[in-house]
Design a protein around this ligand. Structure first.
Ligand code: COA
Length: 262
């Protein structure tokens, strides 16, 4: 029996799909769901056969409507402070996951719901998806990394525009502004569109992906030379890998490489 009650984890060859399952609350993030998110990404990080992770929401309407505002009503200020630490720890598990993580945004992704998508490496949106960080309209600010991750993704100017104006963007607008990588075709389930994007990653070199993501994520705020030092360290892990030798052999033999993550 699954250890998870508010999300599900599905195995399909090299793909793993995590589905947020609170459709009656638009998949809003309860304490339980946050704890389970942290746990499932720790599990996936250690899963050698997992090559790509997809994160989506149950139902047609919502990817995730953010913080569970009903649960929050009864909370003290200290409860909210503790909850913010839980957000941070759970989203860090997504950040640290060494597999490419793709958010398949099947509907509304607002507040913490968009922040969880921002913690993923890539984002694909359904045609009807709506994304945004409307927290200032609730007299708070994004508190699960949104101010930091959004400004790293699209720059501080655009991040201020989206956050101060509590803008809700359609999928097409999100694509135009670089918030998502792709939008599903008319009538195409977003999970299918995400799998299209994921297909080459499922057969790619896992050590190279992990090293590239670490160099980008951790190098971003370093001084340039320190970033290059980190890149060199990450490169070293690929240099000594069997997959690198396999790439060269496959090239010489004019065949497709078979990468094992070794
Ligand atoms: N927390 C808890 N419950 C939520 C929720 C949230 N963040 N968002 C939606 N729900 C619940 C609603 O209360 C409703 O339950 P009810 O019928 O028992 O009252 C159910 O989900 C459906 O929501 P509803 O508002 O009727 O659907 P809608 O399609 O008209 O609108 C949203 C959907 C997501 C646009 C709207 O619910 C909304 O704006 N939610 C708040 C999102 C938000 O601001 N999040 C950021 C928090 S920082």
């Amino acid at each position: 029996m699954s250890q998870y009650t508010e999300l599900s984890l599905e195995h399909d060859g090299p793909f793993r799909t995590v589905t947020l399952r609170r459709p009656e609350r638009m998949n809003a993030l309860s304490r339980t769901l946050l704890r389970e998110l942290g746990a499932v990404f720790a599990e996936l990080s250690a899963d050698r056969d997992a090559r790509v992770v997809l994160l989506t929401g149950a139902g047609e309407k919502a990817f995730c409507a953010g913080a569970d505002l009903k649960e929050r009503q009864g909370m003290t200020e200290n409860d909210v402070r503790a909850l913010l630490s839980l957000y941070r720890a759970s989203f860090a598990a997504i950040d640290r996951c060494p597999k490419p993580v793709i958010a398949a945004i099947n509907g509304v992704a607002l507040g913490g719901g968009f922040e969880v998508a921002l913690a993923c490496d890539l984002r694909v949106a359904a045609q009807g998806a709506i994304v945004g960080l409307p927290e200032t309209s609730l007299a708070i600010i994004p508190g699960a990394g949104g101010t930091q991750r959004l400004s790293r993704l699209v720059g501080p100017g655009r991040a201020k525009e989206l956050i101060l104006l509590s803008k809700r963007l359609t999928a097409a607008e999100a694509l135009a502004q670089g918030l998502v990588t792709a939008v599903a075709r008319e009538g195409q389930p977003v999970i299918e569109a995400a799998k299209e994007l994921a297909a080459p990653l499922a057969h790619g070199a896992p050590i190279a992906y992990a090293a590239a993501m670490e160099a980008i994520d951790l190098g971003f705020e370093r001084e340039f030379d320190a970033g290059l030092d980190l890149e060199q360290l990450c490169y070293e892990r690929t240099l000594v890998s069997a997959d690198r030798r396999e790439a060269l052999e496959a090239f010489a033999q004019k065949r497709k490489p078979i990468y094992r993550g070794e």
